[in-house]
Design a protein around this ligand. Structure first.
Ligand code: KG4
Ligand code: ZN
Length: 336
């Protein structure tokens, strides 16, 4: 079964063609980062307009580079939410028109479930049941996944998402938007133990997160030490120490959640899954060395927003006859 996937929930217009929910025939991502960069964050109205401009060429490119004809597509899957309403409407409406015109089924994909499926697209996917940390610009959620349709939310952020904290600290250091990758790069030149930023573990045994405290601590440090004037060395120490604290909490809570559920397989997905300090920390766990736990990561190209993960989730929904109707709407907020 060949599925066309479409993603337009935020600032990436993406389309992909995936066969049998596993084999990526093409994955095209048109990023709007250059446009939003000068505003220091995503401007929703601009995002919608850019999606409108990009959606047709991006879908055409995905179909062409998959080496198939439109008639060979058996179903279309598009992100239905959560995300920016105007942005979602572009991709979802395009998918509705495509499904209607081609007479194929339509699946409305939850973006968060899509991210979970990015790990199932890896060369070594986790077996059920597994625990997964979904850490992106909008979410920091821990799930216990027991089957294709059962995702138990174990914990989530009570304030900022992990990626959002990276973005805000990058902004404070004058590094622009988005911040994750630039903080990671700058951190390589700094000392992760130079500054002791707070690590919020919340109540004992809680699987929730909180990153607003560390964000304020970084802001205070910058203010008190006039860091921007002090130049690169201190900024690198701030980036490294901030990254150290955030990735410590993410790694500890993920491993604790896996132990709590007694699973063998655990995973990370979302933009923050690209962070190599986090990956290093998880891989250096003694539990991996003793083979008690096995870590699964999406390929780096599928950590951020993409349509291959949407097509993979859509394949499952379509196979289960869990279709969307042409009068179904998008949604901005949800949880799974
Ligand atoms: O999954 P994603 O592309 O979009 C959302 O659904 O939000 O995640 C984007 C987020 C941004 O906040 C970005 O700063 C963060 O992921 N990110 C990173 C890295 N690359 C992207 N955070 C830490 N380290 C990275 N290397
Ligand atoms: Zn995302």
């Amino acid at each position: 079964m060949i599925i066309l996937g479409i993603e337009s929930s935020c600032d990436e217009t993406a389309a992909a063609v995936v066969k049998d929910g596993k084999k990526i025939l093409s994955s095209v991502i048109s990023s709007q980062v250059a446009i939003h960069h000068k505003y220091g964050g995503v401007v929703p109205e601009l995002a919608s307009r850019m999606h409108i401009e990009s959606i047709t060429p991006v879908v055409m490119e995905a179909v062409q580079s998959a080496g198939i004809s439109i008639e060979q597509i058996d179903g279309v899957a598009a992100t239905r939410g959560p995300g920016l309403i105007g942005a979602l409407l572009v991709g979802f409406s395009f998918a509705k028109s495509f499904a209607w015109a081609q007479g194929v089924p339509l699946a409305g994909v939850n973006h968060l479930e899509g991210h979970i499926y990015s790990v199932l697209l890896s060369d070594s996917p986790p077996e059920f049941p597994f625990v997964i940390l979904l850490a992106s610009g909008g979410h920091t959620n821990l799930y216990y996944v027991t089957s294709h349709n059962h995702f138990e939310l174990m914990g989530q952020t009570r304030d900022d998402a992990a990626g959002e904290a990276f973005d805000k600290v990058a902004k404070m250091l004058g590094l622009g938007y988005p911040g994750g990758a630039v903080i990671e790069l700058l951190a390589q030149k700094g000392d992760p133990y130079a500054i002791s930023f707070p690590k919020s573990y919340l109540e004992k045994d809680s699987f929730d997160f909180s990153f607003s405290g560390i964000k304020s601590a970084v802001a205070r440090y910058i203010h008190e030490h006039k860091v921007i004037e002090l130049g690169g060395g201190v900024a690198a120490d701030i980036a490294a120490s901030f990254q150290e604290s955030v990735t410590d909490v993410l790694a500890d809570k993920l491993i604790n959640a896996a132990l709590h559920k007694g699973v063998k397989h655990f995973a990370v997905a979302g933009g923050v899954a690209a962070n190599s300090a986090l990956k290093r920390k998880l891989l250096s766990s003694q539990l991996i060395a003793t083979k008690e736990l096995q870590l699964h990561l999406p390929p780096i190209s599928l950590c951020g927003d993409n349509a291959a993960m949407i097509a993979a989730r859509g394949y499952r929904l379509i196979k289960d006859k869990n279709f969307c109707q042409l009068n179904d709407d998008v949604f901005s907020r949800t949880r799974i």
